[in-house]
Write a protein that binds this ligand. Structure first.
Ligand code: FES
Ligand code: FES
Length: 167
């Protein structure tokens, strides 16, 4: 646990971190998960809690730029770190290119799995500007869809990489 986390007699602790480029300070129980702090205390409900055990990717966020499962992260572990949620990917009035591509090419799925899929693809594109289909599939390997499948998502990303979104 970070030395700088301030623990109180009540059992709660004060944590500070950057959330979507803004500094936030929250009082949290030591056992509280990051996903629950984001949704319940920070109003970032785009991050979903589905399996709760690191299997589905619905709770994906970026912590210091790394794709991370917020259901496997204790809130105190982000003390002093930078957390990015799906809400920060919208660019002003414009959807993120990955979101736009998914809407245009049939990759937009339900509200549970889609945010995590977008976070996973955004993390992939941060390190691979021209990923192969295999790399796209690998990047989505931690994201579970129980219904419609992955074909539309992969097709959307391939259209995006071909420049058909105009970005
Ligand atoms: S809710 Fe975190 S991986 Fe499923
Ligand atoms: S879990 Fe969201 S569309 Fe399948």
């Amino acid at each position: 646990m970070s030395q700088s986390v301030n623990k109180h007699a009540s059992g709660e602790m004060t944590i500070q971190f950057q959330l979507n480029n803004e500094s936030v300070e929250k009082e949290v129980q030591p056992t509280k998960l990051l996903v629950d702090v984001l949704r319940e205390d920070c109003g970032k409900t785009g991050t979903k809690r589905s399996c709760g055990i690191g299997r589905c990717g619905a709770c994906a966020v970026h912590i210091n730029g790394e794709l991370s499962a917020s259901c496997l992260t204790m809130a105190y572990q982000v003390e002093g770190k930078s957390v990015t949620t799906i809400e920060n990917l919208v660019q002003g009035e414009e959807l993120h290119p990955v979101q736009q591509a998914m809407l245009t090419h049939g990759g937009f799925q339900c509200g549970y799995c889609t945010p995590g899929m977008v976070m996973a693809i955004d993390a992939l594109l941060a390190t691979h500007t021209n990923p192969t289909e295999e790399q796209i599939k690998e990047a989505l390997s931690g994201n579970l869809c129980r219904c419609t499948g992955y074909g539309g998502i992969i097709r959307s990303i391939q259209h995006l990489l071909e420049g058909s979104e105009g970005h």
